[in-house]
Design a binder for this molecule. Structure first.
Ligand code: ADP
Ligand code: MG
Length: 323
């Protein structure tokens, strides 16, 4: 694929001027070269709240194109910029989250979630550090993963495979003093075995809902699946977060949908809604999140606010889970 021209990047001083967030300059490393852009490490001056324990959040909605991948990678990048240690697990064979994080998932010999789920490869061996961030890692998805939906069917404890590998990884990292604060799992647009594995591995479900007419279509089915999972496979799972995406403030429809969603999930919906923004949709073609591609854009600022809100809720979630 031919790469478009290298975009202008803003430094965090500009962002801080607008948003009152000052960069920690000693953390800012510029390693960009004109040919292959590598983004300098960016840290917000005001760190985000460290959760008492690792929060594993599955981002799911069986509808395609609602902003699952976009929300996963941008929330992850924003949390990492807030000083937290974050892992993104790409569980969609399309590998869009890997692409958006600039992680190679096409080349020969790349190992990723297929090997972890189907071949019992240790998680730690497939993790890739995301360029430009010191605490953001990605477990990539290769196209092989499409076959996992079928290959998992006859396996013992097939819904628990991700959970088991992840628990081992989290323990290893804890004992090496390299705890992940957040694990975000990006799901494919279906309720198959990959999504089930993600729901069994997590304590929290985050549903992105696109502010359009059919927004709630399918959410009922997802909630039914959530009910079945909590009943039979993972009693700790709860719907903790709903994020409104592609919100177009100029239309009456978006406002109506948002109101409807807020009244259906009064506790879970984040106050910050993500606006429809061209910069958000451009970023992946540069192998970047919008958080680095254009940190001053309304989309980046909205994801930053959503991430802060998510992090602020850490205490409540963990308390509720302990009960
Ligand atoms: P999903 O993972 O649910 O299939 P994506 O995150 O891939 O959805 O989003 C679908 C498409 O919409 C992508 O092309 C993405 O770039 C675009 N998109 C997502 N969020 C926004 C937004 N807030 N504004 C504009 N485009 C968006
Ligand atoms: Mg996706």
């Amino acid at each position: 694929m031919k790469h478009p021209a290298i975009p202008k990047r803003h430094n965090l001083a500009e962002l801080s001027a607008l948003k009152g967030e000052l960069p920690v300059t000693s953390q800012t490393v510029s390693r960009e070269t004109p040919e292959k852009p590598v983004i300098g490490v960016r840290r917000l001056k005001e760190p985000m709240k460290v959760p008492p324990a690792t929060r594993v959040i599955t981002v799911a909605n069986q509808k395609g194109g609602v902003g699952k991948t976009t929300s996963t990678v941008n929330l992850a990048a924003a949390l990492a910029m807030g000083g937290l240690s974050v892992l993104v697990i790409d569980l969609d064979p399309q590998g869009n989250a890997s692409t958006a994080l600039g992680v190679d998932h096409h080349s020969e010999g790349i190992q990723g979630m297929f090997e972890v789920l189907v071949e019992d490869k240790p998680f730690s061996e497939v993790l890739v550090k995301v360029a430009g961030f010191d605490q953001l890692e990605c477990a990539p998805a290769t196209l092989d993963l499409a076959g996992a939906e079928i290959q998992l069917v006859p396996m013992v404890a097939r819904e628990h495979r991700l959970r088991r590998s992840l628990v081992t990884l989290l323990k290893e990292r804890e004992s090496a003093n390299q705890r992940f604060d957040y694990v975000l799992i990006d799901c494919p647009p279906s309720l198959g075995l990959l999504t089930l594995n993600a729901l069994v591995a997590a304590q929290e479900l985050l549903i992105p809902i696109q502010c359009e007419y059919y927004a709630l279509e399918g959410v009922t089915q997802l909630l039914r699946t959530l009910g079945l999972v909590t009943e039979h496979l993972n009693e700790n799972l709860m719907l903790s977060t709903v994020l409104l995406t592609m919100y177009d403030g100029r239309t009456r429809l978006a406002a109506d949908v948002a109101e409807n969603v807020r009244s259906s999930f009064p506790e879970a919906v984040l106050n910050s809604a993500i606006p429809r923004s061209v910069r958000i949709s451009e970023a992946p073609s540069y192998g970047q999140t919008v958080m680095t591609y254009d940190p001053l854009s309304p989309g980046a600022i909205a994801y930053l606010e959503a991430a802060r809100e998510l992090a602020m809720r850490a205490e409540n979630q963990t308390e509720e889970m302990a009960r």
